[in-house]
Design a protein around this ligand. Structure first.
Ligand SMILES: Cc1cc2nc3c(=O)[nH]c(=O)nc-3n(C[C@H](O)[C@H](O)[C@H](O)COP(=O)(O)OP(=O)(O)OC[C@H]3O[C@@H](n4cnc5c(N)ncnc54)[C@H](O)[C@@H]3O)c2cc1C
Length: 333
């Protein structure tokens, strides 16, 4: 409220000064004394007014903002909703659960039994298979978002978040993504700003593809080199020799898939045992379970401690309980 009142009074001052200085428009960021000559004053003035109107409209006050609409973000939002704490999810992609929908291969099946693969407040039914295939898990996540009526703002990429101690809140900068295309000027128009007392980072531990920078000979290798996030199925590898690098869940399943699809040979390369893969290079949270979900200044992380779907659910509940406690206490005083 305070903000929009301030913006309105600033707009009045600007409007008055514009009519007093015909042929000029004022940039409201540089103060009242600097005038910039513009070629088409009428058009430019209305454009400046429109831009400011849009920016003010896009300055949003929220109680809790969650970054990412994967299972961790959805679970946290559902738990907060169940505890009567308003929240908004900002999602970069144009759908929820985009890792499962867009960046995982067709035959992926959950590798943990369903009692470890369900989210808070939504047990999987007896009729569901014990190990869910991708289409069923996706449908479960879509239904989950719908069932709790979660507020999800799609095509919103969080580019920065800063805690403002004077406000006691987080200032979150967002780039609103269009449907493709759009010039530089349009990009500038698409920036939004949110304020929130609570910030939950649920942007995913597997969200970015990690490709080793320098595998000798990779540049001159004549065949395709594909990260598993872009691998869909093994049909195009029929009759070919395929090397799979890495023997985690994805590596093993991709190797089986290409073999099933008739690859001439499939070889898996595994990192040597002495390589300490727990250290560095992964960008995961430093505070490990059970302290992994809470930072300073009401900042939280959901699903970033390598504990899969089960971890997403547990983090979501811990975070929601902590926020609800503070929110209801703060709200009533
Ligand atoms: C092939 C594969 C199979 C797996 N199988 C299993 C399994 O069987 N069991 C299991 O427990 N786990 C499994 N996992 C682990 C899996 O990654 C996690 O369980 C789960 O996807 C993590 O959910 P999340 O919500 O934390 O992150 P994600 O699903 O990665 O969601 C993060 C979301 O945040 C969005 N985002 C990222 N950055 C921003 C930003 N700056 N602004 C706005 N939005 C942003 C992304 O677009 C994405 O939608 C598997 C992973 C893969 C890749």
């Amino acid at each position: 409220m305070r903000r929009s009142h301030g913006a309105a009074s600033q707009a009045t001052t600007l409007g008055q000064s514009c009519s007093a200085t015909r042929g000029y428009s004022r940039d409201d960021r540089v103060g009242p004394c600097i005038c910039i000559p513009l070629p088409h004053p009428q058009i430019e003035r209305s454009r400046v007014r429109e831009r400011r109107r849009q920016r003010d409209r896009r300055m949003r006050d929220e109680v809790a903002v969650i970054v990412g609409a994967g299972q961790s973000g959805l679970a946290t939002a559902a738990c907060l909703t169940a505890l009567s704490v308003p929240c908004l999810i900002l999602e970069r992609d144009d759908c929820v659960a985009s890792l499962w929908r867009r960046r995982s291969y067709e035959r992926v099946t959950l590798h943990l039994a369903k009692r470890f693969s369900q989210l808070p407040h939504a047990p999987l039914p007896d009729s569901a298979p014990n190990f869910l295939p991708k289409p069923l898990y996706l449908r479960y996540l879509d239904d989950y978002a719908a069932r709790f009526g979660l507020r999800v703002a799609l095509r919103r990429e969080v580019v920065a978040a800063e805690y403002d101690p004077a406000e006691g809140r987080w200032r979150i900068e967002v780039r609103r993504r269009g449907n493709g295309g759009g010039g530089e000027a349009e990009e500038e128009e698409e920036e939004e700003c949110y304020w929130a007392r609570y910030l939950v980072v649920a942007s995913g531990e597997n969200d970015e593809a990690v490709v080793p920078g320098s595998i000798p000979g990779m540049e001159s290798f004549p065949g395709p080199v594909v990260h598993s996030s872009r691998y869909r199925n093994g049909r195009e590898y029929e009759g070919k020799a395929v090397l799979v690098v890495g023997a985690g869940n994805s590596g093993m399943e991709v190797a089986l898939d290409v073999a099933d699809c008739g690859a001439r040979s499939t070889t898996i390369v595994v990192r040597s045992q002495s390589d300490d893969s727990l250290l560095g290079e992964d960008g995961m949270v430093k505070r490990m379970f059970p302290d992994n979900w809470k930072g300073d200044n009401r900042l939280y992380c959901a699903g970033l401690a390598r504990r899969g779907i089960y971890g997403s659910g547990e983090d979501a509940q811990s975070i929601a309980n902590d926020i609800a406690c503070d929110y209801h206490h703060h709200h009533h005083h």
